[in-house]
Design a protein around this ligand. Structure first.
Ligand code: SAH
Length: 220
């Protein structure tokens, strides 16, 4: 007998959370946020059936919505508190933005494709995620007007650490997570913590992200 779509989706969602827990995501607030955000609303219509599979999927402008495990892992590592203001570089579909918005006081997200920024803004608004501000612009410049941010998350891979972003991170405990590495080479997630006299650097897991490119995208 064929399953109704909603039954299938309930099943997929249960499996989705189990997979995150099995892979080591333990933070209850992060798991709750992952449970709350309807991922099917952020994927392309052609991929709705795979919305809860643990894989990255294509979105408009040749970009991707990140794999759920990587979204949960980065969010957990970021250690977001309810009073935090967060800057995200690379809005894409707005999925990671939505997850962060469930945990933080405010999320500012910047995207170099105007089309993606506009669609993500509409989507987040229609889901009543009101503590987010989606900006169209160049993430290498960041959003200095709102700095300093308690947390910064970059969801596109840069070859070198963007120092401008580090300048926009809060002193004394600010945390930034970003994928670093060449587009066709190996990339690693890096966690930077600004301390009183130094910035501590930790290497996390190997990852694969689309490249962080300079400037706003020229669209037709
Ligand atoms: N967080 C997204 C993942 C999107 S993929 C999600 O959950 O869907 C990474 C995104 O970073 C792409 O949309 C790409 O256009 C964007 N990007 C790449 N370089 C950028 C830059 N310099 N400034 C802003 N966005 C950038």
């Amino acid at each position: 007998m064929s399953r109704t779509p909603s039954y299938q989706q309930d099943n997929d969602r249960m499996e989705f959370l189990l997979t995150l827990r099995r892979r080591g995501i333990a933070d209850k607030a992060v798991l709750r946020a992952m449970d709350e955000v309807p991922r099917e609303r952020f994927v392309d219509a052609n991929f709705v059936e795979s919305a809860y599979a643990d894989q990255a999927l294509p979105i408009d402008c040749g970009q991707t919505i990140s794999q759920p495990y990587v979204v949960a892992y980065m969010t957990e590592q970021l250690g977001v508190q309810p009073h935090h203001r967060v800057l995200e570089i690379g809005t894409g579909s707005g999925y990671q933005t939505a997850v962060l918005s469930r945990l933080a006081r405010e999320v500012v997200s910047i995207e170099r494709y105007r089309t993606l920024a506009d669609r993500a803004r509409d989507r987040l608004k229609s889901l009543c995620y009101d503590n987010v501000d989606v900006v169209s612009g160049d993430g290498f410049v960041g959003v200095p007007g709102g700095a300093p941010y308690d947390r910064i998350i970059v969801t596109a891979a840069a070859e070198r650490l963007p120092e401008t972003l580090l300048d926009q991170l809060a002193d004394n405990g600010g945390v930034m997570i970003l994928p670093l590495g060449a587009q066709d080479g190996s990339q690693h997630l890096i966690k930077l913590t600004k301390l009183q006299t130094e910035t501590r650097r930790e290497n996390l897991i190997p990852v694969r992200f689309v490249p962080m490119l300079p400037g706003q995208a020229q669209e037709l």
